[in-house]
Design a protein around this ligand. Structure first.
Ligand SMILES: NC(=O)c1ccc[n+]([C@@H]2O[C@H](COP(=O)([O-])OP(=O)(O)OC[C@H]3O[C@@H](n4cnc5c(N)ncnc54)[C@H](O)[C@@H]3O)[C@@H](O)[C@H]2O)c1
Ligand SMILES: [Zn+2]
Length: 359
Protein backbone atom coordinates (compact mmCIF):
# COMPACT_ATOMS: atom_id res chain seq x y z
CA UNK A 1 0.00 0.00 0.00
CA UNK A 2 1.37 3.43 -0.85
CA UNK A 3 1.46 6.03 1.87
CA UNK A 4 -1.34 8.55 2.05
CA UNK A 5 -0.54 12.25 2.09
CA UNK A 6 -2.94 14.90 3.26
CA UNK A 7 -1.76 18.43 2.61
CA UNK A 8 -2.54 21.08 5.19
CA UNK A 9 -2.85 24.72 4.14
CA UNK A 10 -2.52 26.63 7.39
CA UNK A 11 -0.19 29.55 8.27
CA UNK A 12 2.45 26.94 7.48
CA UNK A 13 1.82 24.29 4.82
CA UNK A 14 2.70 20.72 5.61
CA UNK A 15 1.86 17.11 4.87
CA UNK A 16 0.33 14.51 7.13
CA UNK A 17 1.78 11.20 5.92
CA UNK A 18 -0.21 8.12 6.93
CA UNK A 19 0.82 4.50 6.36
CA UNK A 20 2.12 1.25 7.75
CA UNK A 21 5.77 0.91 8.74
CA UNK A 22 6.60 4.61 8.42
CA UNK A 23 8.69 4.57 11.60
CA UNK A 24 11.53 2.93 9.66
CA UNK A 25 11.42 5.72 7.05
CA UNK A 26 11.45 8.63 9.48
CA UNK A 27 14.95 9.81 8.49
CA UNK A 28 13.99 10.33 4.87
CA UNK A 29 10.71 12.04 5.75
CA UNK A 30 12.28 14.36 8.31
CA UNK A 31 14.97 15.27 5.77
CA UNK A 32 12.19 16.24 3.36
CA UNK A 33 10.33 18.23 6.04
CA UNK A 34 13.29 20.12 7.52
CA UNK A 35 15.97 20.07 4.81
CA UNK A 36 18.21 22.62 6.55
CA UNK A 37 18.38 20.88 9.92
CA UNK A 38 21.58 19.21 11.09
CA UNK A 39 20.54 18.49 14.71
CA UNK A 40 17.38 16.78 15.88
CA UNK A 41 15.98 16.47 19.40
CA UNK A 42 13.79 13.39 19.77
CA UNK A 43 11.27 13.86 22.57
CA UNK A 44 9.70 10.66 23.83
CA UNK A 45 8.51 9.00 27.03
CA UNK A 46 9.10 5.89 29.08
CA UNK A 47 6.40 3.72 27.47
CA UNK A 48 6.99 4.62 23.85
CA UNK A 49 10.78 5.00 23.80
CA UNK A 50 11.54 1.30 24.50
CA UNK A 51 9.31 0.36 21.55
CA UNK A 52 10.27 2.85 18.86
CA UNK A 53 13.12 5.18 19.84
CA UNK A 54 15.95 3.02 18.50
CA UNK A 55 14.31 2.65 15.10
CA UNK A 56 13.59 6.37 14.82
CA UNK A 57 17.04 7.35 16.04
CA UNK A 58 18.73 4.87 13.69
CA UNK A 59 16.72 6.13 10.76
CA UNK A 60 17.57 9.79 11.55
CA UNK A 61 21.26 9.02 12.04
CA UNK A 62 21.22 7.09 8.78
CA UNK A 63 20.21 10.36 7.10
CA UNK A 64 23.17 12.11 8.71
CA UNK A 65 21.35 13.98 11.50
CA UNK A 66 23.04 14.49 14.87
CA UNK A 67 20.47 13.21 17.35
CA UNK A 68 19.81 14.25 20.96
CA UNK A 69 17.02 12.78 23.07
CA UNK A 70 14.83 13.61 26.04
CA UNK A 71 12.79 10.73 27.45
CA UNK A 72 10.38 11.80 30.19
CA UNK A 73 8.17 9.77 32.53
CA UNK A 74 5.03 8.78 30.58
CA UNK A 75 1.76 10.41 31.57
CA UNK A 76 -0.08 13.71 31.87
CA UNK A 77 1.65 14.53 35.16
CA UNK A 78 4.87 15.17 33.23
CA UNK A 79 3.17 17.80 31.06
CA UNK A 80 4.73 20.74 32.88
CA UNK A 81 7.37 23.41 32.60
CA UNK A 82 10.11 21.27 34.21
CA UNK A 83 9.97 18.78 31.36
CA UNK A 84 10.02 21.63 28.84
CA UNK A 85 13.03 23.14 30.61
CA UNK A 86 14.87 19.83 30.20
CA UNK A 87 14.25 19.99 26.45
CA UNK A 88 15.41 23.62 26.22
CA UNK A 89 18.52 22.69 28.24
CA UNK A 90 19.50 19.77 26.01
CA UNK A 91 19.04 21.86 22.86
CA UNK A 92 20.99 24.82 24.25
CA UNK A 93 23.84 22.60 25.42
CA UNK A 94 24.06 20.84 22.06
CA UNK A 95 24.15 24.20 20.24
CA UNK A 96 20.85 23.93 18.35
CA UNK A 97 20.24 26.79 15.92
CA UNK A 98 17.09 28.20 14.32
CA UNK A 99 17.27 25.65 11.49
CA UNK A 100 17.45 22.58 13.74
CA UNK A 101 14.33 20.69 14.76
CA UNK A 102 12.41 18.69 17.32
CA UNK A 103 10.78 15.31 16.64
CA UNK A 104 7.89 14.30 18.90
CA UNK A 105 7.59 10.52 19.29
CA UNK A 106 4.62 9.52 21.44
CA UNK A 107 1.02 10.28 22.29
CA UNK A 108 -0.66 13.64 22.75
CA UNK A 109 1.29 14.47 25.89
CA UNK A 110 4.57 14.12 24.01
CA UNK A 111 3.30 16.01 20.98
CA UNK A 112 1.91 18.93 22.98
CA UNK A 113 5.14 19.32 24.93
CA UNK A 114 7.61 18.78 22.09
CA UNK A 115 5.56 21.25 20.05
CA UNK A 116 5.65 23.81 22.84
CA UNK A 117 9.41 23.38 23.39
CA UNK A 118 9.91 23.89 19.64
CA UNK A 119 7.55 26.88 19.57
CA UNK A 120 9.51 28.66 22.30
CA UNK A 121 13.16 27.63 21.82
CA UNK A 122 14.99 30.45 19.98
CA UNK A 123 11.50 31.95 19.45
CA UNK A 124 10.46 29.00 17.37
CA UNK A 125 12.11 26.09 15.57
CA UNK A 126 10.55 23.34 13.48
CA UNK A 127 8.79 20.31 14.92
CA UNK A 128 7.88 17.04 13.23
CA UNK A 129 5.12 15.11 14.93
CA UNK A 130 5.18 11.29 15.06
CA UNK A 131 1.98 10.48 16.96
CA UNK A 132 1.81 6.92 18.29
CA UNK A 133 -1.57 6.84 20.06
CA UNK A 134 -4.90 6.72 18.23
CA UNK A 135 -5.98 9.93 19.95
CA UNK A 136 -2.83 11.72 18.84
CA UNK A 137 -3.06 10.37 15.27
CA UNK A 138 -6.66 11.45 14.72
CA UNK A 139 -6.58 14.63 16.75
CA UNK A 140 -3.73 16.03 18.84
CA UNK A 141 -0.87 15.92 16.31
CA UNK A 142 -2.67 17.88 13.60
CA UNK A 143 -3.62 21.52 13.93
CA UNK A 144 -0.72 23.12 15.75
CA UNK A 145 -2.04 23.43 19.30
CA UNK A 146 0.82 22.92 21.75
CA UNK A 147 1.15 23.44 25.47
CA UNK A 148 1.49 22.30 29.04
CA UNK A 149 -0.68 22.03 32.15
CA UNK A 150 -0.57 24.15 35.29
CA UNK A 151 -1.57 22.92 38.75
CA UNK A 152 -4.61 25.17 38.21
CA UNK A 153 -5.73 23.43 35.04
CA UNK A 154 -4.98 21.51 31.86
CA UNK A 155 -3.46 23.15 28.78
CA UNK A 156 -3.33 26.55 30.48
CA UNK A 157 -0.08 27.64 28.81
CA UNK A 158 0.74 27.11 25.17
CA UNK A 159 0.85 28.43 21.67
CA UNK A 160 -0.17 27.66 18.12
CA UNK A 161 2.81 26.14 16.33
CA UNK A 162 2.09 24.14 13.20
CA UNK A 163 4.37 21.15 12.59
CA UNK A 164 6.56 20.80 9.50
CA UNK A 165 5.23 17.29 8.93
CA UNK A 166 3.12 14.73 10.74
CA UNK A 167 4.19 11.09 10.30
CA UNK A 168 1.48 8.61 11.29
CA UNK A 169 2.52 4.96 11.36
CA UNK A 170 -0.65 2.95 11.93
CA UNK A 171 1.40 -0.12 12.87
CA UNK A 172 2.24 1.69 16.12
CA UNK A 173 -1.39 1.41 17.21
CA UNK A 174 -0.95 -2.34 17.74
CA UNK A 175 1.13 -1.81 20.88
CA UNK A 176 -1.37 0.56 22.53
CA UNK A 177 -3.20 -0.85 25.55
CA UNK A 178 -6.78 -1.83 24.63
CA UNK A 179 -8.08 0.89 26.96
CA UNK A 180 -6.06 3.63 25.27
CA UNK A 181 -7.14 2.34 21.87
CA UNK A 182 -10.81 2.44 22.89
CA UNK A 183 -10.43 5.94 24.29
CA UNK A 184 -9.11 7.12 20.92
CA UNK A 185 -12.24 5.72 19.32
CA UNK A 186 -14.21 8.34 21.28
CA UNK A 187 -12.60 11.02 19.09
CA UNK A 188 -13.05 8.90 15.95
CA UNK A 189 -16.80 8.66 16.64
CA UNK A 190 -16.87 12.41 17.18
CA UNK A 191 -15.73 13.06 13.58
CA UNK A 192 -18.32 10.59 12.28
CA UNK A 193 -21.10 12.37 14.19
CA UNK A 194 -20.14 15.99 13.52
CA UNK A 195 -19.17 15.80 9.85
CA UNK A 196 -18.53 12.41 8.29
CA UNK A 197 -21.43 10.18 7.29
CA UNK A 198 -19.13 7.98 5.21
CA UNK A 199 -16.96 7.26 8.24
CA UNK A 200 -20.08 6.58 10.25
CA UNK A 201 -21.13 3.93 7.75
CA UNK A 202 -17.69 2.32 7.81
CA UNK A 203 -17.84 2.15 11.61
CA UNK A 204 -21.40 0.84 11.63
CA UNK A 205 -20.94 -1.97 9.16
CA UNK A 206 -17.53 -3.04 10.46
CA UNK A 207 -18.32 -6.47 11.83
CA UNK A 208 -15.56 -7.40 14.20
CA UNK A 209 -15.71 -4.24 16.29
CA UNK A 210 -13.80 -5.77 19.20
CA UNK A 211 -10.89 -6.61 16.89
CA UNK A 212 -10.43 -3.29 15.08
CA UNK A 213 -7.12 -2.62 16.82
CA UNK A 214 -5.52 -5.53 14.95
CA UNK A 215 -6.91 -4.58 11.54
CA UNK A 216 -4.27 -2.09 10.40
CA UNK A 217 -5.72 -1.80 6.91
CA UNK A 218 -9.14 -0.62 8.11
CA UNK A 219 -7.51 1.49 10.80
CA UNK A 220 -5.41 3.27 8.23
CA UNK A 221 -8.58 4.18 6.31
CA UNK A 222 -10.26 5.38 9.50
CA UNK A 223 -7.26 7.47 10.60
CA UNK A 224 -7.09 8.98 7.12
CA UNK A 225 -10.76 9.96 7.24
CA UNK A 226 -10.41 11.58 10.66
CA UNK A 227 -7.28 13.51 9.69
CA UNK A 228 -8.97 14.74 6.49
CA UNK A 229 -11.92 15.91 8.60
CA UNK A 230 -9.72 17.72 11.10
CA UNK A 231 -7.68 19.30 8.33
CA UNK A 232 -10.85 20.57 6.66
CA UNK A 233 -11.96 22.25 9.89
CA UNK A 234 -8.63 23.76 10.87
CA UNK A 235 -7.95 25.05 7.39
CA UNK A 236 -11.08 27.11 7.74
CA UNK A 237 -10.42 28.18 11.33
CA UNK A 238 -6.79 27.71 12.31
CA UNK A 239 -6.96 29.79 15.47
CA UNK A 240 -10.14 28.36 16.94
CA UNK A 241 -12.44 31.34 16.82
CA UNK A 242 -15.30 29.84 14.83
CA UNK A 243 -15.98 26.52 13.14
CA UNK A 244 -13.12 24.72 14.89
CA UNK A 245 -15.37 24.71 17.94
CA UNK A 246 -17.41 21.86 16.44
CA UNK A 247 -14.45 19.62 17.31
CA UNK A 248 -15.56 20.18 20.90
CA UNK A 249 -18.66 18.01 20.47
CA UNK A 250 -18.94 15.99 23.68
CA UNK A 251 -16.09 17.97 25.23
CA UNK A 252 -18.01 20.67 27.12
CA UNK A 253 -19.60 18.13 29.45
CA UNK A 254 -16.80 15.57 28.92
CA UNK A 255 -14.21 17.94 30.38
CA UNK A 256 -16.30 18.37 33.52
CA UNK A 257 -16.60 14.59 33.99
CA UNK A 258 -12.85 14.25 33.37
CA UNK A 259 -11.99 16.92 35.95
CA UNK A 260 -14.51 15.65 38.51
CA UNK A 261 -12.90 12.20 38.26
CA UNK A 262 -9.56 13.83 39.04
CA UNK A 263 -8.44 12.69 35.60
CA UNK A 264 -8.81 9.02 36.54
CA UNK A 265 -11.23 8.66 33.62
CA UNK A 266 -9.67 8.84 30.15
CA UNK A 267 -10.35 11.89 28.01
CA UNK A 268 -11.86 9.97 25.08
CA UNK A 269 -14.12 8.02 27.42
CA UNK A 270 -15.40 11.29 28.92
CA UNK A 271 -15.95 12.70 25.43
CA UNK A 272 -18.07 9.63 24.61
CA UNK A 273 -20.15 10.24 27.74
CA UNK A 274 -20.44 13.93 26.86
CA UNK A 275 -21.68 13.08 23.35
CA UNK A 276 -24.21 10.61 24.77
CA UNK A 277 -25.51 13.14 27.29
CA UNK A 278 -25.96 15.82 24.61
CA UNK A 279 -27.68 13.30 22.33
CA UNK A 280 -30.10 12.42 25.15
CA UNK A 281 -30.76 16.08 25.92
CA UNK A 282 -31.35 16.88 22.23
CA UNK A 283 -33.87 14.05 22.00
CA UNK A 284 -35.67 15.20 25.15
CA UNK A 285 -35.78 18.78 23.86
CA UNK A 286 -37.24 17.66 20.53
CA UNK A 287 -34.11 18.89 18.73
CA UNK A 288 -33.37 15.54 17.15
CA UNK A 289 -35.32 12.41 16.26
CA UNK A 290 -35.15 9.06 18.01
CA UNK A 291 -33.48 7.29 15.08
CA UNK A 292 -30.58 9.76 15.05
CA UNK A 293 -30.22 9.59 18.81
CA UNK A 294 -30.32 5.79 18.90
CA UNK A 295 -27.79 5.52 16.08
CA UNK A 296 -25.27 7.60 18.00
CA UNK A 297 -25.83 5.87 21.34
CA UNK A 298 -25.62 2.37 19.87
CA UNK A 299 -22.41 3.14 17.99
CA UNK A 300 -20.76 4.60 21.11
CA UNK A 301 -21.70 1.48 23.06
CA UNK A 302 -20.82 -0.94 20.26
CA UNK A 303 -17.22 0.28 20.42
CA UNK A 304 -17.05 -0.36 24.15
CA UNK A 305 -17.51 3.22 25.30
CA UNK A 306 -20.03 4.55 27.85
CA UNK A 307 -22.79 6.82 26.53
CA UNK A 308 -23.59 8.59 29.80
CA UNK A 309 -22.66 9.24 33.39
CA UNK A 310 -24.38 10.23 36.62
CA UNK A 311 -23.42 13.91 36.34
CA UNK A 312 -26.27 16.18 37.47
CA UNK A 313 -27.24 19.29 35.48
CA UNK A 314 -26.05 21.48 38.37
CA UNK A 315 -22.64 19.77 38.50
CA UNK A 316 -22.35 20.09 34.75
CA UNK A 317 -23.17 23.80 34.73
CA UNK A 318 -20.84 24.54 37.65
CA UNK A 319 -18.03 22.66 35.91
CA UNK A 320 -18.64 24.29 32.56
CA UNK A 321 -18.51 27.75 34.14
CA UNK A 322 -14.95 27.00 35.27
CA UNK A 323 -13.82 26.04 31.78
CA UNK A 324 -11.28 28.32 30.12
CA UNK A 325 -12.95 27.84 26.73
CA UNK A 326 -16.09 29.61 27.88
CA UNK A 327 -16.40 33.13 26.46
CA UNK A 328 -17.93 35.46 29.05
CA UNK A 329 -21.17 34.02 30.37
CA UNK A 330 -21.99 32.27 27.11
CA UNK A 331 -21.40 28.57 26.67
CA UNK A 332 -20.88 27.40 23.09
CA UNK A 333 -22.52 24.01 23.23
CA UNK A 334 -22.01 21.79 20.20
CA UNK A 335 -25.06 19.79 19.20
CA UNK A 336 -25.69 17.25 16.46
CA UNK A 337 -29.32 17.19 15.37
CA UNK A 338 -28.63 15.33 12.13
CA UNK A 339 -25.70 12.97 11.81
CA UNK A 340 -22.86 14.60 9.93
CA UNK A 341 -23.89 18.16 10.82
CA UNK A 342 -22.77 19.93 13.97
CA UNK A 343 -24.10 23.25 15.18
CA UNK A 344 -22.70 25.72 17.67
CA UNK A 345 -25.49 26.49 20.11
CA UNK A 346 -24.81 29.46 22.39
CA UNK A 347 -26.44 29.08 25.81
CA UNK A 348 -26.33 30.86 29.11
CA UNK A 349 -25.77 28.78 32.28
CA UNK A 350 -29.48 28.63 33.12
CA UNK A 351 -30.31 27.59 29.56
CA UNK A 352 -27.79 24.77 29.78
CA UNK A 353 -29.18 23.65 33.13
CA UNK A 354 -32.71 23.48 31.71
CA UNK A 355 -31.48 21.74 28.54
CA UNK A 356 -29.70 19.05 30.56
CA UNK A 357 -32.51 18.70 33.13
CA UNK A 358 -34.96 17.39 30.56
CA UNK A 359 -33.03 14.19 29.87
N1 LIG B 1 -2.94 19.61 20.68
C1 LIG B 1 -4.17 19.20 20.51
O1 LIG B 1 -4.89 19.64 19.59
C2 LIG B 1 -4.70 18.13 21.40
C3 LIG B 1 -5.91 17.50 21.11
C4 LIG B 1 -6.34 16.48 21.93
C5 LIG B 1 -5.60 16.11 23.04
N2 LIG B 1 -4.43 16.74 23.31
C6 LIG B 1 -3.62 16.36 24.47
O2 LIG B 1 -3.17 15.03 24.25
C7 LIG B 1 -3.01 14.37 25.50
C8 LIG B 1 -3.70 13.05 25.44
O3 LIG B 1 -3.14 12.28 24.39
P1 LIG B 1 -2.88 10.72 24.55
O4 LIG B 1 -4.13 10.04 24.94
O5 LIG B 1 -2.16 10.27 23.34
O6 LIG B 1 -1.95 10.69 25.87
P2 LIG B 1 -0.51 10.09 26.14
O7 LIG B 1 0.50 10.78 25.36
O8 LIG B 1 -0.36 10.08 27.62
O9 LIG B 1 -0.63 8.59 25.62
C9 LIG B 1 -1.56 7.73 26.22
C10 LIG B 1 -0.87 6.48 26.75
O10 LIG B 1 -0.53 5.62 25.68
C11 LIG B 1 0.85 5.30 25.71
N3 LIG B 1 1.26 5.12 24.33
C12 LIG B 1 1.23 6.05 23.33
N4 LIG B 1 1.54 5.47 22.17
C13 LIG B 1 1.76 4.16 22.41
C14 LIG B 1 2.09 3.05 21.61
N5 LIG B 1 2.19 3.15 20.28
N6 LIG B 1 2.26 1.85 22.20
C15 LIG B 1 2.11 1.71 23.54
N7 LIG B 1 1.77 2.73 24.36
C16 LIG B 1 1.61 3.94 23.80
C17 LIG B 1 1.50 6.43 26.47
O11 LIG B 1 2.69 6.03 27.05
C18 LIG B 1 0.43 6.74 27.50
O12 LIG B 1 0.51 5.85 28.58
C19 LIG B 1 -3.56 15.30 26.55
O13 LIG B 1 -2.50 15.94 27.22
C20 LIG B 1 -4.36 16.32 25.76
O14 LIG B 1 -4.43 17.58 26.38
C21 LIG B 1 -3.98 17.73 22.52
ZN1 LIG C 1 -10.61 15.56 22.69
Amino acid sequence: MTDIRIHVRASREYDVVIGKGLIAKVGQLVREAVPKATKILIVSETNVAPLYLDTVKGSLEGEGFEVEEVVFEAGEKSKNIDTIARMWGVMAKAGFTRTDAVVALGGGVTGDMAGFAAATFLRGIDVVQIPTSLLAQVDASVGGKTGIDLPEGKNQVGSFHQPSMVIEDTDCLKTLSPDKFTEGLGEVLKYAFIMDKELLKVLEIYEDKGNLQNDTQTLTDIVKACVADKVEVITEDEFDTGRRQILNFGHTIGHVIERDSNFTKDHGVCVAMGMGIIADACLAAGMTDKATHDRMISLIEAYGLPSGDGITPDEAVAGVMNDKKKRGNTISLIVVRNIGEAEICPMDPEGLRIFLSRR
